[in-house]
Design a protein around this ligand. Structure first.
Ligand code: ZN
Length: 368
């Protein structure tokens, strides 16, 4: 096992954030760099792991195990890589793997495949095909590249130490990966299938994860004879309807409040006060701008769960009708809406069929 793993973590990440180099940002519960550190340790493939960085004081505080060595990075990526190779020479390694800390998502399986292929080859490089169309510009001409023949190289890349060291020490131009050195010198490179998940983290956006919020809504209205009953925007045949400044649709009011709650934007009364302007307003007109605002702000609804609390009418009879109506009003798939009927053992105003109440919980996720 005369293998060494070099993690290049000296980048200043100009495209990422001004303050903290990206390799130290937290991502999936640990710093980006530590994903690579841990995987190389778990693999048990390496005698030593070398972290090349310009934040050595910071890294020293982390108290890594003894098999990890910290060395200073250079100005460019190729300088850092060369620093590591010069440092490693004293150990007379057989193989060296070079990896960019900005790729925390490679799998242990990929490491093992590289290791297997390295037995027969002097350079093993994971590649994926581009999923975008590629154009190539030469002076004023723009050429189409065949996507199937365009190879995107990833890291870890693994090499026989001796060959890589000799090429690196004699390199004249700065290269962006070690595979380039082998290719420029007409050395054979064994390309293996890389992993799309193993993309390079370049922008802060690459690691920001969507945020989920929950909102709760509750509403109650009195029943009154000779009024139309609206529930969830659907007209329900019943001897009474709900009394209110609007049409008294408890379901739509509770949904509206649940959305406003999840958005942390106060409540329905703030936007639709009991003023002349909103007298007898139909509740879909209350819900609609709130839903539009939700989607415009890049949220999507995960699910909606509703408790309709009343003795009559029976929810089971109108469930589909109500869910269809809510689905249309919210643009939400019917499978994501649940409506439960709940009676109250004839207790209180609701039990005596003088009122209907509703409670709603909603889950929404914000995408950037
Ligand atoms: Zn209401």
């Amino acid at each position: 096992m005369n293998n060494y793993f070099v993690i290049l973590a000296a980048g200043k990440s100009k495209r990422f954030s001004k303050n903290l180099p990206k390799q130290f940002f937290r991502y999936k519960n640990k710093e980006i760099l530590d994903h690579s550190v841990d995987k190389s340790l778990y693999s048990k493939l390496f005698k030593k792991i070398i972290i090349v960085s310009n934040n050595l004081n910071y890294l020293k505080k982390k108290k890594y195990p003894k098999s990890i060595t910290l060395i200073r990075g250079g100005k460019e990526r190729s300088d850092s890589s060369l620093n590591a190779l010069k440092y490693l020479k004293r150990y007379k390694p057989k193989n060296v793997y070079i990896h960019d800390a900005a790729r925390p998502n490679f799998s242990l399986k990929l490491l093992k495949t590289i290791s297997k292929n390295l037995k027969e080859n002097k350079a093993v490089v994971p590649i994926v095909n581009s999923r975008d169309s590629i154009k190539y510009k030469i002076k004023n001409a723009v050429l189409n590249l065949d996507r199937k023949k365009s190879l995107l190289t990833q890291t870890p890349q693994a090499f026989r130490f001796k060959e890589l060291y000799n090429l690196a020490i004699n390199q004249k131009n700065k290269v962006t990966d070690e595979a380039t050195l082998f290719i420029n010198n007409n050395y054979k490179v064994k390309f293996i299938s890389g992993e799309y998940q193993n993309h390079k983290i370049t922008f802060l956006n690459d690691i920001s994860s969507p945020k989920t919020f929950f909102g709760l809504g509750f509403d109650i209205h009195r029943l009154a004879k000779n009024k139309k009953l609206f529930l969830g925007g659907a007209k329900i045949p019943f001897h009474s309807g709900l009394k209110g400044h609007s049409d008294g649709d408890v379901i739509l009011h509770a949904i509206t409040d649940a959305i406003l709650g999840a958005l942390r934007r106060k409540d329905i009364g703030t936007y639709f006060p009991n003023t002349k302007k909103y007298k007898n307003i139909r509740s879909p007109k209350i819900l609609k701008p709130v839903v539009e605002n939700l989607y415009k702000s890049n949220f999507s609804i995960n699910n909606l769960d509703i408790n309709l609390i009343c003795e009559q009418p029976k929810v089971s009879k109108y469930r589909n009708k109500i869910i269809n109506s809510i689905s249309k009003l919210t643009n939400l798939n019917k499978d994501l809406i649940n409506l439960k009927g709940k009676t109250v053992e004839k207790l209180g105003l609701i039990g005596k069929e003088k009122a209907i109440a509703c409670e709603v919980i909603i889950s929404i996720t914000k995408y950037d």
